[in-house]
Design a protein around this ligand. Sequence first.
Ligand code: F3S
Length: 649
Amino acid sequence: MGQTLTEKILEDHLVEGELETGEEIGIEIDQVLTQDTTGTMVWLQFEAMGLDEVQTEIAAQYCDHQTYQFDFKNTDDHRFLRSAAGTYGAHFSRPGNGICHNVHRENFAAPGKTLLGSDSHTPTPGGLGELAIGAGGIDVTVAMGGAPYYIEMPEIVNVRLEGELPEWATAKDVILEMLRRLSVKGGVGKILEYTGPGVETLTAPERMTITNMGTELGATTSIFPTDEQTEDYLERVGRGDEYVEIQPDEDAEYDDEIVVDLSDLEPLIAQPSMPDNVVPVSEVAGEDVEQVIVGSCTNGGYEDILPVAKMLEGRETSMETETIVAPGSKQASEMLAREGWVAEMMAAGVNFSEATCGACIGIGHVPASDSVSLRTFNRNFEGRSGIEDDNVYLCSPEVAAAAAIKGEIIDPRDLEEEEEDLEAPGVELPEEYDGSKTDLIAPDEAVDDELIKGPNIGDVPIRDQLSADVEGEALLKMEDNITTDHIIPATQDILMYRSNVPKLSEFTLSRVDDTFAERALDADGGFLVAGENYGQGSSREHAALCPMYLGIEAVLAQSFARIHRANLFNFGIVPLTIDEDTYESIDQGDEIEIVDDVYEAVTSGQEEFTVRVGDDEFTATLDASERERDILAAGGKLAWTREQAEGAS
Ligand code: F3S
């Protein structure tokens, strides 16, 4: 039987296990990336494990989420990250140089390689044929130290693309269509492998818009085969020699197949406040728009902004609409500036921003209250823009530019009829991506050779070994689809404490219940109860680390999002799955007891646990590999890795 593309790359990197769905496999990691909100913990853990040098081919530390440096704490973090990259041998991308995924794809992503990143949109270079997976920071730490990354072998789904995109439909519409069909849970436990004749009609950057936002489907990763388009892109970024051809075998067998006919697509838009709340743009046309933002790791490339610049050339943006362009990388800004497009956009009324995540996580450009904001981003979870009850729509750069001109949501095909000389800009790659590289510091140019820790850089908390008795109060009962933004909001005022866990923990789940953190600390142990897809969203390990710090011992949920589930193991919190009846039977404030000797049950491989709630008993399931059980029993991955190192010495 032939192999899928994913199987070929995995087999090349396999160090443990067999490529069978559901089996745990260990794979060798070639590249790692981390960013400023997750990176401080990554390096503090690297230090705490006693590791002294990066072992992967490439390790890159980016500063992208909080580049405005509102507070010395941000600047201290960035200085610490630069010192860690220099001390341990990683590339360092200075604040303002761009979003990790954009800078990574321009400089390092390569076909056939494996990439592990402590950011949920790490799958972006899947569009270049790299097998790229988002993970918790501690997984990245361990991989960077040279150990394999362990994962349950996902199902592999063939997403067969047919036809060709019509005018005004874009790569963003391909992934919005996938979200419309599959929902934010549709990719959980799956790798989406794109195949079919439609693939060759998409440039590599378009493919990377699709793979980037596969994260919103909950997919482990998404990947495209490589071909002339891939080689062409690599040549334009000056790395043509890194091209290798990787294709699935013709007789490869997939677990499932989805067919998307590109020629059927039209401009789509995700309505507030979920990326899967997708409808044709024409259905919501006429809605006034107060803010338009073009940028992010999904649509912040040179080739995403150029169509906007072309549409705005010689026009003016609406007086009622504030239009912001924030490129994904400084290289894109520099190239657009050299070609005169930045001036064109500014003349049209655009506010041109530095290359940063910024507004994507509510840092800057917070929408006005009760207003509509149209963004080319990948997420519109409620409150993520920095204001509760926001109305954020997600769309392509072309739809965003049309709204900026009109001041309201409009299908760009209709705008084309209204506006003289407006035509679909299409996709155009630059001859050469030739921005300067002054903000990317290679390990051999490092400016520091020892760690520099400011007063906001704390210690890494470590949990004790798992106890036999786990009991306590159901401290919080939550609904379905709780995101890591709910657990630890990523807004500026909160995120600056990311290296200071005791302080950051005060904000845990404050968006759900602002008394939670205090109650949890007072209770000294207890449970969280949640519905489906608990912990979806970013890879933020603080969403497990802070509950651990507050004493949470177990989470009872109907299902868990992949990265968050791994993070719970990594921080010694027992993730137990319950059915809907059990979920309905538990009320916040109930006393819960796990009847079994939990340490014994976890280490002996027991799957079903008896949970007592008042006079009733229910069954909860622990679905975990032997390695995950060992990690949980040790009190988390840091404690476990230390145990392993001590055992080996
Ligand atoms: Fe940054 Fe938003 Fe992407 S936070 S990494 S631009 S999802």
